[in-house]
Design a protein around this ligand. Structure first.
Ligand SMILES: C[S@@+](CC[C@H](N)C(=O)[O-])C[C@H]1O[C@@H](n2cnc3c(N)ncnc32)[C@H](O)[C@@H]1O
Length: 238
């Protein structure tokens, strides 16, 4: 263990677990180590006490977000955790089982929302919540992260292309398609409201404001700061 730490191996990987939102999660080198600032995403959704909603956690990793939500919300929602990495999904499934939620959360291998776009299981819907902590570091920031992170945490979980926004731009396009598709379904009396909660890197706020206004001109954007007073979450409904 000491030898690992001397080589910059993060403690969470040495011990194979990490606390998040008062729960314990198994982690491996195939999953990002859950960060305390990500708890803000969970807090914001829990506050709204969602009912009869479909909740999709895109880029679920160890399953920390969707499992924390499912544990904290006493309601009949449908829960999905999606990730492109089969090895991360194995860990997420293990964590769901450990927290006795394996029958409540479906874990799906999907490139962003592709599975849901090609599959009828989420249609029709009245209220869809999309929560995403996708890789958002720019190349510049990724090049400066500590050795602990660079040597051990999965690059696919961290690097979001040149300015860090590659995954989010694709995700917003997909959300637009999902929203359009619900209008043609008569069984969606509420018109299929989609609410999104996205974790960001603080310096991305101005750029994201522009991108989101382009994709969703009628939505009101709510940016939130984390405990370190850095812009960390953007929320919007369409
Ligand atoms: C920043 S990590 C977040 C993990 C976890 N949700 C958390 O908060 O700790 C991003 C996750 O997104 C996944 N990911 C990366 N590209 C993806 C894609 N195109 N589609 C789905 N998941 C993706 C990675 O495998 C990784 O698990």
């Amino acid at each position: 263990m000491i030898a690992g730490r001397l080589k910059n191996e993060p403690l969470a990987y040495i011990l194979s677990h990490q606390g998040f939102y008062g729960l314990d999660f198994k982690v491996s080198r195939h999953t990002l180590i859950p960060r305390p600032e990500t708890e803000l995403l969970v807090e914001e959704i829990v506050k709204t006490k969602p009912k009869n909603s479909i909740i999709i956690d895109v880029g679920t990793g160890s399953g920390n977000i969707i499992i924390s939500l499912c544990k904290s919300i006493e309601n009949k929602n449908t829960y999905y955790g999606a990730d492109i990495s089969p090895k991360a999904l194995q860990i997420a499934k293990y964590n769901a089982k450990r927290h006795k939620l394996n029958s409540k959360i479906k874990f799906i291998k999907s490139d962003l929302l592709n599975y849901f776009l090609n599959n009828l299981t989420i249609k029709p819907f009245n209220n869809l919540i999309i929560v995403a902590n996708l890789p958002y570091l720019s190349e510049k920031i990724y090049n400066c992260v500590s050795k602990d992170i660079k040597k051990y945490e999965p690059k696919i979980a961290l690097l979001g292309g040149y300015n860090g926004l590659d995954c989010y731009k694709k995700l917003f396009k997909q959300i637009k398609i999902i929203k359009k598709s619900c209008y043609v379904l008569p069984a969606s009396p509420a018109g299929g409201r989609v609410t999104c909660y996205v974790e960001i890197s603080p310096e991305q706020k101005p750029k994201l404001e522009k991108i989101l206004k382009k994709y969703f001109p009628k939505s009101r954007l709510k940016f939130q700061k984390d405990l370190a007073k850095k812009w960390r979450v953007v929320e919007f409904s369409i």
